[in-house]
Design a protein around this ligand. Sequence first.
Ligand SMILES: C[S@@+](CC[C@H](N)C(=O)[O-])C[C@H]1O[C@@H](n2cnc3c(N)ncnc32)[C@H](O)[C@@H]1O
Length: 257
Amino acid sequence: MKPEPFPIVESLNDSVCDPIKSLIAEGIFERTETNNGLSSYLYFNQNALTYSLQDNNQTLTLSHSFTSGKNKHRQQYGGGKNQPLPKACGLDKHPSWTIFDATAGIGRDAYVLASLGAKVTLCEQHPVLYALLVDALSRAELHEEANSVVQRMRMIHGNSSNVMNNMSETNSKRPDVVYLDPMYPGRKKSAKIKKDMQILQQLVGHDSQDDILFETAFSTALSRVVVKRPKTATPITSRKPSYNVSSENTRYDVYVR
Ligand SMILES: C[S@@+](CC[C@H](N)C(=O)[O-])C[C@H]1O[C@@H](n2cnc3c(N)ncnc32)[C@H](O)[C@@H]1O
């Protein structure tokens, strides 16, 4: 059964980018003029698409920008190709490798990889997260420094397992690296989790098909699969990682093919 269209509150001044217009045309989103009676919806706040969720007595909001705040800082001062993520993806030795980010979320990790020169295809299945991501990318395109980074990022809306399976059927070029950062159920109750992760979890929940995703990724990647895990979590699969790269709270399990 097709899910109910998700409301997007829009006025004449709001700039809706083309991928979101397509979601409206497909009936995944539905335009509305007011948020009256809605507990969960998308709207534009100072030109940025924003998700709003009424949770008990508080309103949680999530929007995204690649050109301000933490993302900009991480790109500028993050430590280049020797940061754990790019290193795990092999960019320190293979700067021109292509990467398929199969769990794009709002694209923070992919942006770091693209800012170091990698060509990244991002796939996100949740329409709200996909919309926040394409909106942030379309604003970043107008930004002098960010534009060249964004040109290396290509977005797909859909289930990554299907997209990867189709690569062999359509003879599409397979990526050198598949990167996975699935939701981790243990994060849910931690008091320490950041606000945007909290909203992400409310929205997406835990992905229960991690094993299928991993096996598809492993048969798709030409060189390696990299899986992001909380530092003390068990690996995503019974396969033994070839090695791992760790940072303060995170571990990247690397599965070399
Ligand atoms: C923890 S978040 C990823 C955060 C991301 N690394 C970032 O930097 O913003 C996991 C995301 O993967 C998406 N996801 C999980 N399984 C997927 C699949 N099979 N296809 C596409 N997206 C998937 C979820 O919807 C969720 O947005």
